[in-house]
Design a protein around this ligand. Structure first.
Ligand code: DLL
Length: 433
């Protein structure tokens, strides 16, 4: 079993704690002196860098949230001058504005390193052909896998998403051995391969690195059977670095977190208290080497549990359980993060429409579908069908422009959507994970 960076990935717990403490001290100093937001928060809490001496002091520091990134949109939390930033990525925020992240040249090197670990632990090497069907662009999936693939010396195929027939053709012609995409797209590909007339024996696929959305053990089994590959879970989020935060090894018993770069805590999402080792709760990360956008105690909203036992693969890095739930209402549709509030803010801009709506998520042929049912204003509802159709089209376009996702819009009569006395139910998710 190859290990990319034995020094860190197999370091004993005392050693790793020492490295983390030192790196945390440096990070806190960096954010205190370079990011006014952090300095203010720390001053309000009555603490300075001198109070943070080891990783055990982390709990003295306040949390950071997606809202904090949004309040400082686009670059307010960056800790270096823009002349040091060599890359910018973004993901969905809770309303119109995306969450923006920036990398220095060293951050790109760190990202390549953790992605090299991810691919190596999945069993990939310089002898592999890596077919990257994650989206390239502002999304971190495509380029994250790309840099890791190049770092291990593999032959990288940056095909990006879409055009399934062509994906299959090139996978066949180039002899791709590693598939990188979302798990739902992997299943879609598996079925498309069956229909394409290309026989599985003609493909060289061996392993898949799947993530960017939740997927169950059942889905894993289905992918492994249909594609006849080993399906490895990889986890990450743009704010922390992108993919490369944690990934499974061949033992497939939890995802090793790259703890020498990202320090993990588990908190109770309501009381915000740190929970004892082994408890389930919300995952919180502190980046301890990042330069462009260091984050202190960033609340991921992902729910999981940590296991500090040494793994059979030889790695000592803490393992997180497969992530299946969130402590907020974020949906992941075809790999795109979506908050219902983003839809709501588009609706609120259109006077012909009432913000009474329902989002219906489903999975057809392994691809996510999203329908929006929304009430039309009483006055407008009397209008001609052609006018209603024009309104429907306008709303569909506005949503696509603002969210970047095709949503099927259905207009309904006023007062059709059930009112709730408590928290409104905005989403029906029919996907079987
Ligand atoms: O999805 C980064 C990524 C790209 C990870 C490619 C893996 C592969 P964001 O778009 O910022 O970044 O979305 C981050 O996606 O907080 C989780 O809720 C969810 N997520 C990511 N990986 C997994 C996974 C990328 N393996 C959000 N299992 C995270 C479950 C995942 N959820």
């Amino acid at each position: 079993m190859e290990i990319w960076n034995r020094h860190f990935e197999c370091m004993d717990r005392d050693g790793i704690k020492h490295v983390q403490s030192e790196r945390l001290r440096e990070t806190v100093e960096r954010v205190y002196f370079n990011v006014p937001y952090y300095r203010n928060r720390m001053q309000k809490a009555g603490i300075g860098p001198e109070n943070i001496n080891s990783i055990d002091d982390l709990q003295k520091l306040p949390f950071t949230t997606k809202q904090d990134l949004r309040d400082n949109y686009p670059f307010g939390l960056f800790a270096v001058p823009m002349s040091e930033i060599v890359r910018i990525h973004a993901s969905s925020g809770t309303t119109g504005k995306p969450t923006v992240v920036g990398y220095t040249r060293n951050d790109i090197a760190t990202w390549s390193e953790v992605m090299a670990r991810t691919l190596t632990s999945a069993g990939a090497s310089r002898h592999d052909f890596i077919h990257i069907a994650y989206g390239y662009g502002l999304f971190t999936g495509g380029l994250g896998l790309h840099y890791g693939g190049e770092k291990i010396g593999a032959s990288v195929i940056p095909i990006s998403g879409g055009n399934t027939a062509r994906q299959i053709q090139l996978m066949h012609d180039f002899g791709s051995t590693v598939l990188a995409c979302t798990p739902s797209y992997a299943l879609h590909l598996a079925e498309a391969i069956q229909e394409s007339g290309i026989k599985r024996e003609e493909l060289k696929l061996r392993v898949g690195v799947f993530g960017a959305e939740p997927w169950t053990e059942n889905m894993r089994r289905e992918i492994e059977e249909k594609l006849q590959i080993r399906a490895i879970d990889i986890y990450g989020l743009s704010e922390v670095i992108g993919p490369g935060v944690a990934s499974e090894c061949p033992v497939q018993d939890g995802l090793h977190i790259n703890e020498d770069h990202f320090y993990a805590e588990i908190i109770d999402p309501v009381s915000l208290n740190v929970l004892p080792e082994g408890s389930s709760g919300e995952l919180v990360f502190t980046t301890i080497t990042k330069e462009g956008l260091p984050l202190i105690r960033y609340r991921t909203r992902d729910l999981t549990r940590l296991n500090y036992e040494k793994c059979k693969c030889g790695r000592t890095m803490v393992r997180m359980e497969k992530c299946l739930g969130r402590s907020d209402d974020m949906l992941i549709i075809r790999g795109v993060n979506l908050f219902p509030s983003q839809v709501e803010s588009v609706l609120l801009e259109m006077s012909e429409i009432k913000p009474h709506y329902l989002l219906i998520v489903d999975r057809v042929n392994n691809l996510d579908t999203l329908e929006l049912k929304v009430e039309v204003d009483e006055e407008f509802f009397q209008d001609k069908i052609s006018q209603l159709e024009a309104l429907r089209q306008k709303l569909q376009n506005n949503l696509e422009n603002s969210i970047g996702l095709g949503i099927k819009v259905t207009l309904v009569e006023p007062k059709i959507i059930q009112r709730s006395e408590g928290k409104a139910q905005r989403v029906i998710d029919n996907r079987k994970f």
